[in-house]
Design a protein around this ligand. Structure first.
Ligand code: ATP
Length: 245
C-alpha cells in the first residue's frame, strides 16, 4: 500500500538529509508506528506520502503510484485516498463539528445526499453523536481529536496518516483515541502514526519503524517504543493476570 524504495530527502543543498536511503514496505491493512527523536524524519516521511514534498532520491509508491513523479493535477486525487490527523487537531474554529466533517466532503464535490448520510454515521462511529452542533471550543481535547478523525475518514480513505495524534492529550484520553484508530484499522484502513508516546506504542504491540537522523534503525513486526525493553524485561508489557502466567 505504501512503499519507500531507497528514499532520501534533502531539504537544503549541503544540509544533512532529513531521510537517508529509507526502504519501508507497508502492506494494506497494516498499523505502523513511526518513532524516533525529534528531527529524526517522521514528519518528512509522512509528507512524502502526501506529496507535500518530493524525494530527492528514490521512489515513494502509494497504492501503486509513484507519487514523486505524479503530475501536479493528479495530487488532489492522491490526497483523497489519504486521511490525515495532526497533534493540534486543525479544526475550522468557525464551524460546528458537523460542518467541519461535512466540509471535507463538500470540497471534493460530494452531493448533499451523500453528506447527509455519511456525516452522522461517521460522528456516531467516533463517539460524537449528540455533539454535532458544538463548536470546536466547546469540546474537550479528546473530542476535538475525534472530530478531526471523523473528518479524516468520512471519505473512507485507504490510508490514515496520523502525526502525533495523542501529543496534546492525557494518557486516558489518548488510549481512547488509540482504540478508535485501532477500530478504523480493523475496517481495513492502513494506519501510519508518528509518535513520541512510548506508553501507547508499548501497549499496542504493533509494527514499529524507528528513524534516527533520517535512517531506519529498527523495523519490528510487534515492537516496543525503545530498545530499553531488552535491558529491562517486562517494562511496558501488559500486566500478567493471576492464573495467566
Ligand atoms: N520544510 C523543511 N525545510 C527544511 N528542513 C526541514 C523541513 N522540514 C523538516 N526539516 C528538517 O528535516 C529534519 C527532519 O525533520 P522532521 O520534521 O521530519 O522530523 P520529526 O521526526 O518529524 O521531528 P518532530 O518529532 O520534532 O516532529 C530536521 O533536521 C528538520 O529540521
Amino acid at each position: 500500500m505504501i512503499r519507500f524504495e531507497n528514499v532520501s530527502k534533502v531539504y537544503t543543498r549541503g544540509a544533512r538529509p532529513a531521510l537517508q536511503d529509507v526502504s519501508v514496505d507497508v502492506q494494506r491493512g497494516e498499523f505502523v508506528f513511526l518513532v524516533g527523536a525529534s528531527g529524526s524524519g517522521k514528519s518528512t516521511f509522512l509528507s512524502l506520502i502526501l506529496r507535500e514534498h518530493r524525494p530527492t532520491r528514490g521512489d515513494v509508491y502509494v497504492a501503486g503510484r509513484d507519487v514523486g513523479r505524479l503530475s501536479g493535477w493528479r495530487v488532489p486525487k492522491l490526497r483523497r485516498q489519504l486521511g490525515v490527523v495532526f497533534q493540534d487537531f486543525r479544526l475550522l474554529q468557525n464551524k460546528t463539528v458537523y460542518e467541519n466533517v461535512a466540509f471535507a466532503l463538500k470540497v471534493i464535490g460530494k452531493p448533499r445526499s451523500v453528506v447527509r448520510a455519511a456525516v452522522p454515521e461517521v460522528l456516531e462511529m467516533v463517539g460524537l453523536a449528540g455533539k454535532e452542533k458544538r463548536m470546536p471550543t466547546e469540546l474537550s481535547g479528546g473530542e476535538q481529536q475525534r472530530a478531526a478523525i471523523a473528518r479524516a475518514i468520512v471519505n473512507r480513505p485507504q490510508i490514515l496518516l496520523a502525526d502525533e495524534p495523542t501529543g496534546n492529550l492525557d494518557p486516558t484520553t489518548s488510549l481512547g483515541i488509540m482504540r478508535l484508530l485501532e477500530s478504523i484499522n480493523n475496517t481495513g484502513t492502513t494506519v501510519v502514526m508518528a509518535t513520541h508516546d512510548d506508553e501507547i506504542v508499548n501497549e499496542m504491540r504493533r509494527r514499529v519503524v524507528e528513524l534516527s537522523d533520517g535512517v531506519v534503525v529498527r523495523d519490528e513486526a510487534s515492537g516496543a517504543y525503545g530498545e530499553r525493553e531488552s535491558i529491562l524485561p517486562g517494562l511496558g508489557r501488559p500486566p500478567v493476570l493471576a492464573g495467566e502466567a
